[in-house]
Design a protein around this ligand. Structure first.
Ligand SMILES: [Zn+2]
Length: 560
């Protein structure tokens, strides 16, 4: 037999983040050796009632833990780190490599899961190189909305792969170094076989705003504001938090940080030197009445209108120490995540109603996203000049638009791969293609402490309950005669107001008795699950005909 000298392909397997926003996780596999890139969580869709988050499906990694060489984590956003506590034990607790800030955020979160094994995290920084099995990795800084964000240059046996991480180009960032184009160009000269790039804002034309522009606009607001400033943004948007703190210091304001996750992030970032805050700037919420209004800034969570977050509690006068005052200035320094527009609107209206001045990103540029727009995406492709291109991170429409951009920039159509989660992408010097077989990639839902135990059925039940309520029928049946004893009990929630539906209930009881008598009344062995099904179906039809609603029907049959 002639032994083939052909090298095996590099396999790239996205487990999350392609065709969706969030839940980023990708595998690089060469000769069975596996490198993990990110382990993020995703947020549930509106119809996933009671679900806390969704995580990548790692069943492909089952029984492969000894082949997992390590995990590279690009940055500290939850859609890149959030699944670590849920997955790390399942995948054999491999070594993790990430920046100091990301490590701090990961370890802080890990405190909420005290039963998990200790994580093995090595800190890496810009220009660091490490070798893990067949992979030689070089880290490089990328601008984003959080410091400590690392892009990955990975030399593999089949060629060089460059993963951008979430990124934008910013020549005048705040609290971060400007984009190092020299470094990027140096990487681009190394024959990039495959570029995997951030598609989140591929549908946005032009160039993302520089943080400097944001700062200038915020400065305008600070300059003319006499009352208190309450600025709300994402808990992880550390660079924006830094800007607001710096402006507060410039205009002689103390700063109160409110919101548990934001406080934690600020604490970690400050300890590690990623945030610069003068001594004496930060005050506690209960101290804010010690200072005149003109000397107070509150930075808080809740700009998405989240029900229990600080901003909502201030609006509803439910915060222990911070009570809204006429003349307060409210800044929403973040865009509304799709799906949250309505709650944000309600919150804004509430503040206007109470006499606030309100600024939000639609009125002036006081928010820049952390993701490259089209001109930056073009530039990245131009610098890297990859042979092959894989648009990653984003809804499918974003991937398609990003693919079109790459084509315009000269990457041949056949060299661009549009993939979704679970697909196995094969790469060698000559070609890139998707294998016929895919790995499991369906959603794994986390509900409280349960992981993956809420399936389609549970979810469907929750949807039904939320829509039309439930209807419990308790029938006591005489074992000997097979007849219903007395009148069946009916308990219902969220369906109809029972007291005003006496007639409906009377008829329902009659029907139940009829169904049971027919099914069981003939004597002999009775198939109770058949009886229950009959009740469920017939009463379901009956209630629908009367009310046009479909409550969940739970028949309970008790034999005596
Ligand atoms: Zn990010």
């Amino acid at each position: 037999m002639i032994k083939s000298t052909k090298k095996p392909n590099l396999r790239i397997i996205p487990l999350g983040g392609l065709g969706e926003v969030g839940r980023n996780m990708m595998l690089l596999e060469y000769e069975g050796k596996i490198l993990i890139i990110d382990m993020g969580l995703g947020f549930p869709e509106e119809d996933m009632l009671g679900i806390d988050c969704i995580i990548p499906n790692v069943s492909y990694l089952k029984n492969k833990t000894k082949n997992i060489l390590g995990a590279l984590i690009t940055h500290g956003h939850y859609d890149h780190i959030g699944a670590i506590p849920y997955l790390i034990e399942k995948i054999g607790n491999p070594p993790i490599f990430t920046s100091a800030l990301t490590r701090g955020i990961i370890l802080k979160r890990q405190e909420e899961f005290p039963n998990l094994p200790r994580l093995d995290i090595t800190i890496v920084k810009n220009n660091d190189r490490i070798k893990i099995g067949p992979f030689n990795i070089e880290f490089f800084s990328q601008n984003h909305s959080i410091p400590g964000n690392l892009g990955l240059f990975i030399k593999t046996p089949v060629g060089n792969v460059l993963i951008t991480s979430d990124f934008k180009f910013d020549q005048t960032p705040v609290n971060d170094l400007p984009t190092d184009f020299k470094k990027l160009e140096m990487l681009g000269k190394r024959d990039i076989l495959l570029l995997i790039s951030d598609s989140t804002n591929a549908e946005e034309p032009g160039h993302s705003l520089s943080e400097k522009t944001i700062e200038e606009n915020l400065d305008e607001i600070f300059k003319e504001t006499k009352g208190r400033i309450i600025a709300s943004t994402f808990a992880s948007l550390l660079n924006r938090i830094q800007q607001i703190i710096a402006l507060s210091e410039k205009y002689g304001r103390r700063v109160c940080i409110e919101g548990r996750s934001m406080k934690t992030n600020v604490e970690i970032a400050r300890k590690l030197g990623y945030l610069k805050i003068k001594n004496g700037t930060l005050i506690k919420a209960k101290q804010i009445t010690n200072y005149p209004n003109s000397e107070i800034t509150v930075i808080c969570t809740g700009a998405q209108g989240e029900g229990r977050a600080v901003l909502m509690r201030i609006a509803n006068n439910e915060h222990k120490f911070i009570h809204f005052k006429r003349g307060d200035t409210i800044i929403f320094s973040s865009s509304a995540i799709p799906g949250n527009e309505r709650t944000v609107q309600v919150l804004k209206d509430e503040f206007y109603r109470q006499g606030a001045r309100v600024f939000h990103y639609k009125m002036m540029d006081i928010h820049a996203g952390g993701h490259a727009h089209q001109e930056e995406l073009k530039k990245m492709i131009n610098i890297m000049k990859p042979k092959f291109f894989l648009p990653a991170y984003g809804q499918f429409s974003m991937l398609v638009i990003h693919a079109e951009i790459a084509q315009k920039m000269g990457v041949p159509e056949k060299n661009i791969i549009l993939a979704e989660n679970g697909k196995i992408i094969n790469l060698n010097q000559k070609e890139i293609f998707i294998e016929k077989k895919a790995v499991p990639s369906n959603l794994v839902m986390v509900d409280g402490l349960g992981i993956g135990d809420v399936g389609e059925v549970v979810l469907r039940d929750r949807q039904n309950l939320a829509q039309d309520g439930m209807f419990v029928i308790v029938a006591v049946i005489d074992r000997i005669s097979g007849k219903v004893k007395g009148s069946p009990d009916i308990i219902s929630r969220g369906f109809v107001y029972l007291r005003e539906s006496k007639e409906l209930l009377k008829e329902t009881r009659k029907k139940v008795i009829g169904i049971v008598d027919k099914a069981a009344g003939s004597g002999g062995a009775v198939n109770w699950s058949y009886v229950k099904n009959e009740i469920r179906n017939k009463i379901g039809q009956f209630l629908f005909s009367k009310t046009q609603r479909r409550p969940m029907i739970l028949p309970v049959v008790i034999e005596v």
